[in-house]
Design a binder for this molecule. Structure first.
Ligand code: 5HY
Length: 246
């Protein structure tokens, strides 16, 4: 099985962190193909960044269809372009927010999300509602760390994340933590041990969920809204994004 793990921001070093977590989770025989978006923002920290990042993401999905990929992981906590990616793909496509929230709901009656900047909190809160996780998500918390500070040793990121996780466990009545950024993927196992509760990274979970779905031959439905996009002319700088009939 070949699973493509796509980092929708353009920071290749963050893709390395994400791919390492995906490979650590993958079963023997599962090939992980890592990809960094070829165009767009170095980090996604708001609605505009997210909207622009979707083009590069869809380019990687379309390339994956040519490369014979069986499934896809969107490794950004806003799950940007998830439904558009499902239209373009035959196999299952999972966003790390959706995957992590569902996994958390299997192991705790309440979880908190710990994410980066406060301005992105609303994006995660919208996803909590979109995925029907209101009854499980106690709170979305921000560390006020910029996404790229996660890679900066001088930012003291790990301590700030641990402190926010502890506040979530003490104040929100949560039994699990969902890490709110692909760039935090390398922290899950370590923080689970340190905090004594499930600390969930959506990259690893999404890989396992796709192995389960694709392994059972469960692909994205091509009936209705997730059918392949209708072939039509596109004009201007995105003319090449037009779909041709299958
Ligand atoms: C992410 N941004 O996972 C999100 C995190 C966030 O570039 N990768 C990003 O802050 O929403």
């Amino acid at each position: 099985m070949r699973i493509k793990v796509i980092n929708p921001n353009t920071t290749a070093s963050m893709t390395q962190t994400i791919v390492a977590a995906a490979k650590a989770a993958a079963a023997p025989g599962t090939e992980i193909v890592g990809a960094t978006s070829p165009t767009g923002p170095v980090s996604i920290e708001g609605h505009y960044d997210e909207a622009v990042s979707v083009i590069g993401l869809l380019e990687e999905i379309r390339a994956g269809e040519r490369e014979g990929c069986d499934g896809y992981v969107i490794a950004c906590f806003g799950d940007p372009g998830l439904l558009a990616a499902r239209e373009a793909a035959r196999g299952p496509v999972l966003g790390i927010a959706e995957a992590a929230m569902h996994a958390a709901s299997f192991v705790a009656t309440g979880f908190s999300v710990v994410t980066t900047l406060g301005r992105t909190r609303i994006i995660a809160e919208h996803l909590v509602h979109a995925y029907g996780m209101e009854r499980h998500c106690r709170r979305v918390r921000a560390t006020e760390l910029a996404v790229l500070e996660l890679e900066d040793p001088a930012s003291d990121a790990r301590r700030k994340i641990v402190d926010e996780c502890r506040r979530a466990l003490d104040e929100d009545g949560s039994g699990a933590i969902v890490l709110g950024c692909g760039g935090m993927a390398d922290l899950a196992r370590d923080l689970t041990h340190e905090l004594g509760v499930p600390v969930i990274d959506g990259v690893g979970v999404a890989v396992k969920f796709i192995e389960a779905l694709a392994g059972l031959g469960i692909n994205t439905s091509k009936r209705g809204d997730l059918a392949f996009p209708l072939p039509k002319p596109y004009t201007g700088m995105l003319a090449g994004m037009a779909f041709r009939s299958k």
